[in-house]
Ligand binder design. Structure first.
Ligand code: KMH
Ligand code: ZN
Length: 304
């Protein structure tokens, strides 16, 4: 060991983006599986997955697609496969939660509060299909709904399914929501928190805000939590990864959150983003881990 273990999570395709934003975004189940396996080979311990309608690329919560993707990745590598319960525009909490109750993954995302989630500022490219332009524009009116009733219900469903939540917090108030759930006996500790910064409608992907949110989490949870940082956009993705490595956190990269590998170059794959992030780890005395070492770091059982 050259330092404290670090887990890299790769967010493979996303639900709040459209495929016309970049040809690198995987769409079909085969493409998502292929990209997830390659991200794992590049060093990602966790692959975070959404699914898309194969014909159009529209974000979907279809259970058949989730089953195909989860099984496909599981057959080909030992990554922790972490489906989303975040969904996309127009999906209900019941749609979004079904992947947890039906597929019983070892881990899944759990969004900790409601907020505006705007992607209408994304550049509208001529090659985008009509639905893609409409999808981006529709987010001027979109509220990412995660009410207290939703949070309570989702907490029960995760427990029943035996899935570990990754608590996604986008702003400081979401940490207080999580503390409230803990006080209600709805959180098993240590909780795993993902600081997702840089969404239009929530907090910014700056070092100052990550430090503020991390410090708030320490105040609320002491040292009884593990955490990771996901910067949305470029260079936020890599700036937050570097800061998180310095502060002892884990990291998340991937095409869901950012499409650039450098200021001048669009990423050609998820693996490329993982590789770049992984070069930072040894420089900052962190030891990348995958497989059962990664599971141990998160308090998960060993792989089946
Ligand atoms: N789309 C990201 C900004 C989830 O899938 O549950 C946040 C996310 C949450 O990945
Ligand atoms: Zn996601």
């Amino acid at each position: 060991m050259t330092g404290a273990p670090v887990l890299c999570s790769c967010a493979i395709t996303g639900g709040m983006s459209v495929p016309g934003q970049s040809p690198a975004i995987p769409v079909t189940p085969e493409e998502i599986i292929e990209s997830a396996v390659a991200a794992h080979e590049a060093g990602a311990a966790i692959v975070h997955v959404h699914v898309r309608e194969p014909e159009t690329g529209r974000p979907s919560a279809d259970l058949g697609l989730f089953k195909e993707v989860l099984a496909g990745i599981g057959e080909r590598c030992g990554a922790i496969v972490q489906p989303t319960t975040g969904g996309g525009v127009g999906m209900t909490i019941e749609d979004r939660a079904r992947v947890v109750t039906e597929c019983r993954p070892e881990m899944a995302t759990f969004n900790c509060g409601s907020f505006n989630f705007g992607i209408f500022e994304v550049r509208h490219r001529p090659e985008m299909a009509e639905w893609e332009t409409e999808y981006l524009e529709s987010t001027r009116e979109f509220i990412f709904r995660n009410t207290f009733a939703d949070l309570y219900r989702l907490s029960e469903l995760f427990r029943e399914a035996g899935a570990k939540p990754e608590y996604e917090v986008y702003d400081v108030g979401h940490l207080y929501n999580l503390r409230h759930l803990l006080d209600q006996g709805l959180v098993d500790t240590p909780a795993h928190i993902q600081f997702v910064l840089g969404v239009l409608g929530a907090n910014a992907a700056t070092l100052g805000q990550l430090l503020h949110m991390h410090q708030t989490a320490v105040t609320l949870f002491g040292d009884d939590f593990t955490w990771s940082a996901a910067g949305v956009g470029y260079p936020g993705q890599f700036h937050l990864a570097a800061t998180s490595l310095m502060l002892g956190g884990h990291i998340r990269v991937g095409l869901e959150d950012n499409l650039r590998v450098t200021g001048g170059h669009r990423a050609e794959s998820n693996g490329e983003l993982v590789e770049k992030a992984m070069t930072l780890a040894p420089l900052l005395d962190r030891e990348p881990v995958v497989g059962d070492d990664a599971r141990r770091a998160l308090g998960l059982g060993s792989a089946q």
